[in-house]
Design a protein around this ligand. Structure first.
Ligand code: ARG
Ligand code: ZN
Ligand code: CA
Length: 243
């Protein structure tokens, strides 16, 4: 390991319509968002009235577009059962999944924006699936999920982050500098919004691991950064990505 973590990204595009066969510009716009969001370079990083500015993190992980593969299909939606990752079900197998982050861009259906595999799973299904309408910032990217934050959120899961509300009422996300939340937040919550969990903390609804609209999320915390970096350290489940 020589310090900086740089992740090669393989993008697998599955398309039936020409709109689903998103442009290289749309793909590159997503890579650009990831490089901003994971390096404290996003334009909303310094949003005023952020009660959590003291724990916001420059994660310091960068992403490089490595390859784009495209496949035409007759399927109208792929669901969340990993069919898109398997040639036997008409999908595309990942390329070098122990050293490259594979993204699948396809219509998922059911109102799902994206889904991720946590560290420690099978390499044959490792990576992140994102609906083409919520990928990048141009082309078919659709408001209010048109700022590329679905990939930021899902790659957070891929790097071992839980949802900020711990997937339970006042649940635990295993990160100590994020407050307890009652439940996911949607839209863009009002400044000063508090949880009714123990201590009634201000909620960190501007965190990428909440469920707000893309324009409402703009930070990871230092505790989340530590949890992500641990996965790439010696003995970590994604150490094969560290060069
Ligand atoms: N619902 C999805 C998930 O939990 C993604 C949520 C992404 N949110 C966003 N504003 N883009 O995996
Ligand atoms: Zn999630
Ligand atoms: Ca926490």
């Amino acid at each position: 390991v020589n310090g900086k973590i740089q992740i090669p990204v393989v993008v697998n595009v599955l398309y039936r319509t020409s709109a689903e066969n998103i442009s290289l510009a749309q793909i590159q716009s997503q890579i650009d968002v990831l490089n901003k969001d994971f390096n404290a370079q996003n334009s909303d990083y310094n949003t005023a009235n952020n009660p959590y500015s003291s724990v916001r993190a420059n994660v310091g992980i960068s992403f490089v577009l490595d390859a784009v593969y495209r496949k035409s299909t007759t399927k109208t939606s792929w669901g969340t059962n990993d069919a898109c990752k398997k040639t036997a079900s008409g999908g595309m197998a990942p390329t070098s999944p122990t050293t490259k982050l594979n993204l699948w861009v396809a219509t998922i259906g059911g109102g799902i924006l994206g889904y991720a595999q946590f560290p420690g799973g099978s390499s044959s299904t490792d990576g992140v699936v994102i609906d083409s309408k919520y990928f990048g910032t141009t082309g078919t990217a659709t408001y209010p999920f048109n700022l590329g934050r679905t990939a930021t959120h899902e790659i957070g899961h891929w790097m071992n982050l839980r949802h900020i509300w711990g997937d339970a009422t006042c649940g635990n996300d295993l990160v100590s500098d994020t407050p307890s939340h009652n439940a996911p937040n949607y839209g863009v919550p009002a400044v000063g919004h508090r949880s009714t969990c123990s201590g009634t903390p201000l909620e960190m609804y501007m965190n990428y691991m909440d469920y707000t609209d893309d324009r409402g999320m703009y930070m990871f915390s230092n505790g989340q950064k530590s949890r992500m970096l641990a996965i790439f350290a010696a003995g970590g489940a994604r150490n094969s990505f560290a060069q």
